[in-house]
Each structure stands twice: as C-alpha cells, then as structure tokens.
Design a protein around this ligand. Structure first.
Ligand SMILES: Nc1ncnc2c1ncn2[C@@H]1O[C@H](COP(=O)(O)OP(=O)(O)OP(=O)(O)O)[C@@H](O)[C@H]1O
Length: 674
C-alpha cells in the first residue's frame, strides 16, 4: 500500500471513531440544572463537543513516529488542533499540538539523533523515525508530505512550508499549526513566568505567534490561567476583526480583545472624552503636520514623567490626610495620633481612597460602640445621630482628590503647556496613561482587574509609560509584547530602541528577535530591505525563506495602467491599492466604481475588513496583508526622503505576499530603490 492509500485508510478509521463519539456526546441531553457536580460534568461534555466538532472536519495535520527508548515502544502519533481521546480503546487518538510530545514535531530538524520531551512524569527520551504533514480538507486526504524519514535525505519541511506560504489569503489571519517553525515554537512555549518582548521583522509572524502562545498557555496552565482574564491589545477595531478568527480556529474562546485607548477610557469609568485616534492620524498623515508638541508628547510617555507624577500624587495625598482630633460630642474623642496610626499602620496596604473609606467605616463603628455607654435609649439615639453627623463632617475635611485637577496641577507645577480642551476634560491620547496612573494611585488595582496574560501588538507605537501601566495591571510575568521598530511611523515621539521597555519588564524579561520573514516572496523582501536600509539605526533586515515570485514592478501612474494592473492580478483573492492620502483613495475608489469594478474603500475607524479589492491610505495598512499590492503615486512630492516616509514605504511594500507593484507620476521618490 502506498503512503497516500495508507493514510487514507487511517483517516477513514479515525473519522469513524470521531463520528461515533460525536454522535454519542450529542445525544446526551444538555444539563441546565443547579447541581454543581452535574454542571462540572456538563462543562466537560461541552468541551468535548467543541473539540470533536473541530476534529470532525480536520482531525489532524501531522504524523510523528516516535520510538520511546525506555518502553521500546514505537508509536505513530497523529497531531491535531485539538486532542481526541479514544474512549473505546482508552488511548489518545489525536495528540493536541500543544502537548509536550507534539513540540518535537516543530523543533526536530532532522539532524539530531536522539530527542527528548518533558512529560508530566519526567523526561522521555527517544528517536524520531518519521515526520509527516498531511493535508485534510472536507474530511478528505489531499496531500502527504514527508519532511523526515529516518535514513533518507529529505527537505520536505521546506517544501510543505513553501506550499503553505504560496497559498492565497482571504480576509482573515489564519492559524499556522501545521507549519510552526522551530524558533516560533520556542517563543510560543517560552517560560510563562517571564515577560516576553519580541522585535520581529515585517511578516515574521509576530501577531500569529502571539495568538498561538495564548492558546498554548491556556492549554498548559489551564488550572492557573483563565481565558476571560486574558487580553489582546491591537491598534484598531479593524485589525482586531482581522485577527479574530485565529483563536476560535484553535478551539480557544472568551479571550478579550480591545485597543489600549478603549481600555484606558473604561478604566476612567468612561467619564472623559479623548481625541480620536483618527484625528491624530489625519493631522499627521494627511495634513502632514507633526503635532507641534512632539517633545511634550514624548516626555509625557516617559518613565521619568511617571516617576515625577508618582511623587507628586504621593505628596498631595499625604498633604490631604486629616490632622485633627475627632470630637463627636463633648466627652467623645479620638486623638489625631490614633487616626494617623490607623491610616499609616492598619490601612497601610490600602490605596488612599480605600483608606478614606476604611477610616469612615471605622469612625462609624467607633461611634456605634461608644454610644452603648448611654443607657437611656433616647439619649443613645441622639448621640448616635450626632456622632454620625460628626463622622460626615470629619470626612469632609479629608478632601477626595479629583484625578483631572491633580493632573492639571501637576502639569502646571512642571511648566507643561495646558490646552483649553484638556482643562475642560478632553484628553489627548498621551494624557490617558497619566490619568489612569493617577486613578490607580488613588484607588489601587483590584486583584480581579489584573490580566492573567496580556498580548500587546504593534507595541512600537506605545510609550514606555503605557507599557509600565499595563505591566501594573497584569499578573507578574504575564506580558507578551511584540512590535517592529522599523514600522514605528509615529514620528519623533516614538521609541527608537526597546531599552525602556526592557527596563519596565526587568531583567527577567525574555527578549527575542524574529528575523525570518514568511509573508512575502524573496523579491518583495529584498526590495523592502532596500528601503529599510535607508532608515537610520534600523533593526535587522528581514531574512526571506526561499520562495521566489515575480519581480517587483515600478510603472507610471494613470487610471488605465491601474486597470491593466488589476486585470494582471485578477487571479488573486486579496488585492490592495495603497494610496498616500485618504483623498487619493476616495478618488481612485470613485474611478474604479465608474469602471464597474467592485472595490472597498477603507477608512480610519472602520471595524471590518472584507477582503477582495481594497483601497486604503498606506498608513492604515499596518498589520494587514494582501496577495497583490499596488502602491500608488510614490512620487517625490508624496514621499520625501525622511524617516517617517521611509518607514511608511517599508510598511506598504511589506504588505504584499506574492505581487508588489509601485506607480508614480512626475519624479519618483528618492526612497525607492532602483
Ligand atoms: N510558520 C509559518 N507557517 C506559515 N505561515 C506563516 C508562518 N509564520 C508566519 N506565517 C504567515 O506570515 C504572515 C505574516 O504573519 P503575521 O501577520 O503574524 O506577521 P507580523 O510579524 O505580525 O507582520 P507585520 O509586523 O508585518 O504586520 C501571515 O500570513 C502568517 O500566516
């Protein structure tokens, strides 16, 4: 029997078993009662239903033949997105890709003689005899590719990766379980106790790897980490929509997704307005006006600013502490020293506003106890009323600090300019971190409000202050931060090295560089590297995998040449025109409409990405990818030679998977490599 027939027979037998188990578990009525044990059993059945639903379509994607030295036991292990236990024969039918033994499938490169993995019972040593990828679609075996057969030369690993990378993309980011590379595997499985910071080239799989890491952590540490307490921060709603399918595809639900701005506003009880990110984008990229106060923005995002603010708030809070005796009636007294002792010792671990609440409660209790000495009920009641009134008045002498007032006073003290809109409570994005920080200083952070794990994507656009704030709101070590300094298009106020982030995360932090880029063909990566090389102090250039495609084209811009280009790339599923400005995108969208071509105009603030033909300003393309990309109007006028435009062009070019073209009128931008 040849490989294909053999694997077809295995698949048929596995699907038969999975079908049987699925039917069985579906026949059991869903328990909706109050009995706790039954609820736990029902939760398990539901988890099984969900796993079997995934396995039912595509039970596995790989096979690994492993000889366990200790038991002299050779097993063909089938690896899938979810593990399936064969209930009839009581053994694993499919191994979850996150299980320790499955790690060998990703880390083994064919050159090691003996391998080992860490099972819950200790180290298991053995030998790999076969590493095979299988492609199953619609319950049918489509392809078998061996990347390692003991005793044979094989480069099948690359062959299968290239086959996957050559596929076209639709409107959603996909999982990569069948082709996770060794360096990605070690990032996904890296120590849960250590924060992780990744500098990764464009297309190196940062976003994808971070999502797989969450799925791994939830599997490996299911007792400690809860999906509802994990969060992904990405720059905008459309990007969140674009990545939203990866985790459900991996069988993981309930992980929250948000933008940092939305989260921060919510922390401030939604009581403030903030300048919209779209306004900031418009000013910077459309009007080409950098915010006047870039130096101030940078300063407000610095750790030094955080430290000064901390000191200021602490002093303010200390100055407001009550410094008088509590005298509710002539013979009743709590001395100010006693009150100080309560605050500084008994309530030492509470935040100031909590201390205030606790003092109020304690004074009330004190009154209630003291009035017991009055035997006459009427008199007791009168004293109680008097006493509680005195508590209220005493507490009024301990003024509740107002976040905004504190912040404005601090800015004034530091001689920072204060705009009229800030005075009236309309914050700029850079004011959010200080405001949340003050809030946190005043009321503290509830254990429940801390993330079990937080993924921060496109982190190069955030300030060290924001990272430090988010670190405070996350369980120790629970941060995975990813970004690319080469794609930091936010001008002077952006970071230029990761040093300040490392300072926040501490020595314990794992810093990794991902240099291999998987998204684009060699031609596109080399071309984009030609742009990146011009960026001063650029991070390492991307290293391509050996996937060759068509050369990058530079053509002249006209509507007819754009229509011609569209017809050349029409076989691709996702196609994008990246314009320099919003206005150009609108004009082109209109022209294409008149030419009866259906295309989607993408604007800042959009919440979904539909795929097909898209037209968008280049600065909105960050994080996305398209099979074919046309950069329109890369003229000198649109892309003058400065760092922001170098990075914008780098971002634009690296969005293309298979085909990249640029077009221009007049003089070509000097940034474009010839
Ligand atoms: N091991 C892999 N196997 C198959 N595809 C991969 C692999 N790693 C990454 N990719 C693909 O490469 C592309 C880029 O991935 P992703 O968007 O996660 O990269 P990124 O580093 O976040 O990119 P950027 O910073 O440029 O936005 C995606 O299509 C992803 O599926």
């Amino acid at each position: 029997m040849n490989q294909h027939d053999y694997e077809t027979a295995v698949l048929k037998a596995s699907l038969k078993k999975i079908d049987r188990m699925f039917t069985h578990v579906q026949q059991i009525p869903i328990y909706r009662g109050d009995d706790f044990t039954q609820q736990v059993l029902e939760d398990r059945r539901e988890a099984k239903r969900q796993s079997l639903r995934i396995a039912n379509e595509e039970p596995y994607f790989a096979r690994l033949d492993f000889l366990d030295f200790e038991n002299e036991d050779k097993k063909a292990l089938y690896i899938g997105k979810v593990g399936v236990h064969d209930d009839e024969e009581d053994h694993p039918l499919v191994i979850d890709w996150r299980a320790p033994v499955a790690s060998l499938f990703y880390s083994f490169n064919g050159s090691e003689e003996d391998v080992y993995y860490e099972s819950p019972d200790g180290i298991v040593e053995g030998e790999i005899q076969l590493k095979r990828n299988v492609v199953i679609r619609g319950r049918e075996l489509k392809r078998v590719v061996d990347s390692y057969v003991e005793g044979q030369e094989s480069s099948g690993g690359d062959e299968f990766l290239l086959y996957k990378l050559g596929e076209q993309k639709d409107n959603k980011l996909k999982d990569i379980v069948s082709t996770i590379q060794a360096e990605q595997n070690s990032i996904i499985r890296s120590d849960v106790k250590k924060p992780l910071l990744i500098q990764g080239a464009a297309g190196s799989g940062k976003t994808t790897v971070a999502l797989h890491r969450l799925a791994f952590l939830l599997y490996e540490y299911r007792e400690r980490l809860k999906a509802e307490r994990m969060m992904i921060f990405a720059p905008n709603a459309m990007f969140l929509d674009y990545i939203a399918q990866v985790l459900p595809e991996l069988g993981v639900g309930d992980i929250q997704q948000s933008t940092y701005v939305d989260w921060a506003l919510q922390k401030l009880d939604d009581s403030y307005e903030v300048e919209s990110t779209e306004d900031r984008i418009f000013t910077r990229f459309e009007l080409q006006v950098e915010p006047e106060n870039q130096v101030v923005i940078k300063e407000k995002g610095s750790l030094a600013f955080r430290d000064q603010l901390k000191k200021y708030v602490e002093e303010e809070v200390a100055n407001r502490l009550p410094i008088k005796d509590f005298i509710p009636w002539a013979s009743g007294l709590v001395q100010k020293e006693k009150i100080q002792e309560w605050i500084t010792q008994d309530f030492a671990h509470s935040a100031p506003l909590k201390q205030r609440e606790r003092l109020q409660a304690r004074l009330k209790r004190w009154v209630e106890i003291e009035v017991r000495m009055f035997e006459d009920e009427k008199e007791r009641k009168a004293y109680k009323t008097e006493g509680l009134k005195a508590v209220r008045s005493y507490m009024n002498s301990w003024k509740k600090p107002d976040e905004l007032k504190l912040y404005l006073n601090f800015l004034q003290q530091q001689n920072h300019p204060i705009s009229q809109s800030l005075r009236s409570g309309k914050l700029f994005i850079e004011d959010l971190a200080p405001m949340v920080y003050i809030h946190q200083q005043l009321i503290g952070i509830d254990k429940e409000a801390r993330f079990d794990h937080l993924v921060i994507d496109e982190a190069q656009d955030l300030s060290p202050f924001i990272i430090s704030l988010l670190n405070d709101y996350t369980r120790k070590g629970g941060l995975t931060i990813l970004g690319d300094l080469a794609q930091g298009i936010h001008g002077e106020e952006g970071i230029v090295t990761w040093d300040s982030f490392i300072k926040v995360l501490g020595q314990n932090c794992t810093y990794v560089q991902m240099e291999k880029s998987y998204r684009s063909t060699m031609e596109i990566i080399e071309y984009s590297n030609g742009i990146l090389e011009q960026v001063e102090n650029h991070p390492p250039l991307a290293k391509p995998v050996f996937r060759s495609g068509e050369p990058v084209k530079v053509i002249s811009y006209s509507l007819s040449s754009m229509l011609q280009w569209l017809s050349d790339v029409k076989a691709y599923e996702t196609i994008a025109f990246l314009t320099r400005t919003k206005k150009e995108a609108e004009t082109l969208a209109l022209e294409l409409k008149e030419a009866a071509i259906s295309a989607t105009l993408i604007r800042a603030g959009d919440t979904t990405y539909k795929g097909g033909i898209s037209i968008l300003p280049i600065y909105l393309s960050k994080g996305f990818e398209f099979d074919a990309v046309m950069l329109t109007n890369v003229s000198n006028h649109h892309y003058p030679n400065n760092p922001v435009h170098q990075k914008l062009l780098y971002v634009g070019c690296t969005r293309a998977l298979h085909s990249l073209s640029l077009s221009y009128e007049g003089t070509l931008s000097p940034i474009i490599p010839l």
